[in-house]
Ligand binder design. Structure first.
Ligand SMILES: Cc1cc2nc3c(=O)[nH]c(=O)nc-3n(C[C@H](O)[C@H](O)[C@H](O)COP(=O)(O)OP(=O)(O)OC[C@H]3O[C@@H](n4cnc5c(N)ncnc54)[C@H](O)[C@@H]3O)c2cc1C
Ligand SMILES: *[C@@H]1O[C@H](CO)[C@@H](O)[C@H](O)[C@H]1NC(C)=O
Ligand SMILES: *[C@@H]1O[C@H](CO)[C@@H](O)[C@H](O)[C@H]1NC(C)=O
Ligand SMILES: *[C@@H]1O[C@H](CO)[C@@H](O)[C@H](O)[C@H]1NC(C)=O
Ligand SMILES: *[C@@H]1O[C@H](CO)[C@@H](O)[C@H](O)[C@H]1NC(C)=O
Ligand SMILES: *[C@@H]1O[C@H](CO)[C@@H](O)[C@H](O)[C@H]1NC(C)=O
Length: 618
């Protein structure tokens, strides 16, 4: 162990003794750090690595990414879709506060802690929300973040790999070339394998009047469609941000460093100007500082970005006072506005299911061995699908889930937003929440963005998602140490409208399972509400089973006007500061439907351009 002073000296000596920043982009340990970089990025997840890659395209610009987690070891559990088991790289243990509308239960909080962040541990579904989502952001004050503004960045981030034409025709896979990108870093593809039960699901949905969507990535993400995954079809392995924004460029980037296993503790300021960060080794507790000449960029994900900001004195000054943290900028919105998607698993025993199905890899070792051999021989295999998932998803607006739109809208309109935010919210935060509610409630009556999804894995599980929550949660520090977790309150179903929407999806799923195509397979519901008939009974059963997080946490440093509880401006800059920005899923005003990762990649591409522009690096 060396002292802090020796450490800092070591940095200076180290930097001058070597050619500037070494030969290649490289993972470094603290001793190899330069003492200053142009940009220091806090968090090496999807957004952090996207921005770091783009900024370091200019060889004169030096970039350091500091990441809490390690580099993965290329294990099957993260690389092979069918072997999906990313537990070593999840942030464990991380738990929510007791959820007051869910009987005081606490829940695990899934998120990635590894170089590549969520892209290394996620289920790989890769698709965009509806245009209405981004247009809604723009109208709430994220000016320049509308669908048409983001569209070029969705394309820029993607390398779309169309499926084999014959296979696609057999499986009803359709797409619209004009909406995809073909030269971007993220490999996107459809699994070249499927289970026979998919046709039952597809035809059952059609019978209920659910429309096949030619391509959900063109601005209308509703209907039934085949899921695209962030998987490289040449190898059928995961396309992670580590691979697509670091490994792919590192040979030519001596100016791009990643320091893993290290937590950014706080942002250093000179007045209101960010000048660098303070960091601490996660396992050795060695601390140090590094300077940022141009900007500090926060990208620690929606759970940890607000923790770093608050520890740095950016947040509700009154709240921070109790931890004796000096306020740099009083921004009460930091950590508020937390959103996620609700998840409800519906389990079945089938008396007459088809084989193979989405449960066969787990249930039948002969089949699993056979499929693994096919996978290893580069042939279509069940290992091409994320373990335990299917290929199809149904996403619908409220009016297609239920005929009770008017009563649901009326319930939403009756809620007291101030009470929902806990009683005496900050006036600006309340004003911003009211604007969001108005927009979402208005849109519930129209056939716009989906409010939820159904995905049957063709085996024992159907997963339901409620993706248009009106409830809001929060992230608040609970100590002055970055190494202890913040208080994570999902605020799940504190607005009872959210439970009504989930109920509507649950009831539609019962109708779907009762179509001849699916009823013929003999599904017997075993959870959450077998045999229950009244809505009240079903809602109670749903409450006991639902999960408040689908690992889609977002929106805790929202890009809305400061007077509406906002944290960053449309150029990603934190209000009231200089040389400090946030670029991850924290900045969204509200959560998109479906998987968020495509939106994180695109938003980070946009942020990188914005940052280049303000530093005249374009
Ligand atoms: C299990 C799981 C399944 C998912 N499935 C899907 C899916 O199928 N499709 C989809 O679209 N999305 C999915 N997601 C969500 C998606 O991965 C996230 O929305 C996305 O990764 C968010 O990107 P981000 O850049 O905001 O944060 P992240 O990618 O989470 O990156 C944040 C990084 O910051 C690091 N960090 C945190 N604190 C600090 C600190 N103090 N110092 C330094 N580093 C820090 C973290 O370790 C992490 O690596 C899933 C997520 C999980 C966890
Ligand atoms: C494809 O669509 C046709 C007609 O719409 C249907 O008969 C067939 O079963 C579908 N196949 C699959 C695999 O979904
Ligand atoms: C298990 O898988 C093998 C190989 O695919 C198959 O022949 C067998 O019928 C399966 N067993 C059951 C019970 O489905
Ligand atoms: C959603 O609501 C906003 C604000 O009320 C409105 O401008 C927009 O047209 C709505 N979109 C749809 C599809 O209803
Ligand atoms: C918050 O801090 C208190 C006091 O140190 C502690 O008892 C509690 O367990 C912490 N909560 C969480 C969720 O870590
Ligand atoms: C479902 O199947 C399991 C295993 O065969 C059995 O133990 C259970 O009783 C069944 N449940 C229902 C509700 O049929």
């Amino acid at each position: 162990m060396f002292s802090e002073v020796a450490f800092v000296l070591g940095l200076v000596v180290g930097a001058s003794a070597r050619p500037l920043l070494g030969q290649h982009a490289q993972r470094i340990d603290a001793r190899q750090l330069a003492n200053e970089y142009d940009f220091v990025v806090a968090g090496g997840g999807i957004a952090g690595l996207t921005v770091a890659d783009r900024l370091s395209e200019n060889p004169k610009v030096s970039v350091l990414v500091i990441e809490y987690g390690p580099f993965d070891q290329g294990e099957d559990g993260v690389m092979v879709p069918g072997a999906y088991f990313p537990v070593p790289y999840l942030w464990l243990p991380l738990s929510s506060t007791p959820q007051k509308a869910l009987g005081g239960t606490s829940y695990g909080v899934p998120c990635g802690r590894v170089v590549g962040g969520g892209s290394v541990v996620n289920a790989m579904f890769f698709h965009r929300g509806s245009a209405e989502v981004y247009d809604g952001w723009d109208s709430l004050g994220a000016t320049g973040w509308s669908w048409s503004d983001l569209f070029p960045y969705f394309k820029k981030s993607e390398n779309f790999n169309p499926p084999d034409a014959k296979y696609a025709a057999e499986r009803n896979i359709t797409w619209d070339k004009s909406v995809h990108g073909f030269g971007g870093p993220v490999q996107a593809s459809y699994a070249p394998y499927d289970y026979p039960g998919s046709a039952n699901f597809y035809n059952g949905a059609l019978r209920l009047g659910i429309e096949p969507r030619k391509d959900p990535n063109g601005g209308d993400a509703t209907g039934i469609f085949r899921l695209q995954r962030s998987v490289d079809p040449k190898t059928q392995t995961r396309s992670t941000a580590r691979i697509n924004h670091y490994e792919s460029v590192k040979a030519s980037r001596p100016n791009y460093h990643i320091l893993p296993n290290t937590a950014v503790n706080k942002i250093l300021f000179s007045g209101k100007t960010a000048t660098g960060v303070d960091f601490v080794g996660v396992s050795d507790s060695k601390s140090g500082t590094v300077k940022a000449k141009k900007e500090v960029i926060v990208a620690a994900g929606a759970v940890h970005t607000p923790q770093i900001l608050q520890l740095s004195g950016i947040g509700d000054a009154k709240y921070l006072q109790q931890f004796k943290i000096n306020s740099v900028v009083d921004l009460p919105g930091v950590g508020l506005n937390l959103q996620d998607h609700l998840v409800l698993s519906v389990s079945y025993n089938f008396t007459n299911n088809l084989f193979p199905n989405g449960g066969s890899l787990q249930a039948n070792t002969t089949y699993a061995t056979e499929q693994r051999a096919l996978y290893d021989a580069n042939k279509p295999s069940a290992f091409d699908l994320t373990g335990t998932t299917g290929n199809l998803i149904i996403q619908l607006p409220l009016s297609e889930w239920t005929s009770s739109v008017r009563s649901i809208v009326s319930l939403a309109s009756k809620q007291d937003p101030s009470k929902l935010l806990g009683g005496s919210p900050n006036a600006g935060v309340l004003a911003g929440y009211k604007k969001q509610r108005k927009l979402i409630i208005d849109n519930l009556s129209n056939d716009g963005e989906a409010v939820g999804d159904i995905s049957w894995n063709t085996g024992p599980t159907t997963t339901l998602y409620m993706t248009r929550p009106l409830s809001r949660g929060s992230i608040k520090i609970n100590s002055t140490s970055i190494l202890t977790q913040p208080l994570i309150d999902f605020g799940a179903i504190t607005d009872p409208t959210d439970l009504e929407m989930l109920l509507a999806i649950y009831l539609k799923n019962r109708e779907l399972m009762a179509t001849p195509e699916l009823a013929g397979l003999g599904p017997l519901e075993t959870s959450p509400a077998p045999g229950l008939k009244t809505n009240e009974e079903i809602k109670e059963a749903i409450k006991k089973t639902l999960q408040p997080s689908n690992a889609h946490q977002c929106c805790t440093a929202a890009m809305v006007p400061k007077q509406d509880g906002g944290v960053v401006d449309p150029q990603n800059k934190v209000y009231g500061t200089d040389r400090l920005s946030v670029v991850d899923a924290s900045i969204w005003p509200f959560v998109p439907g479906g998987g968020p990762q495509a939106s994180v990649y695109a938003g980070a591409e946009k942020a990188a351009d914005t940052i280049k522009k303000r530093h005249k690096l374009l």
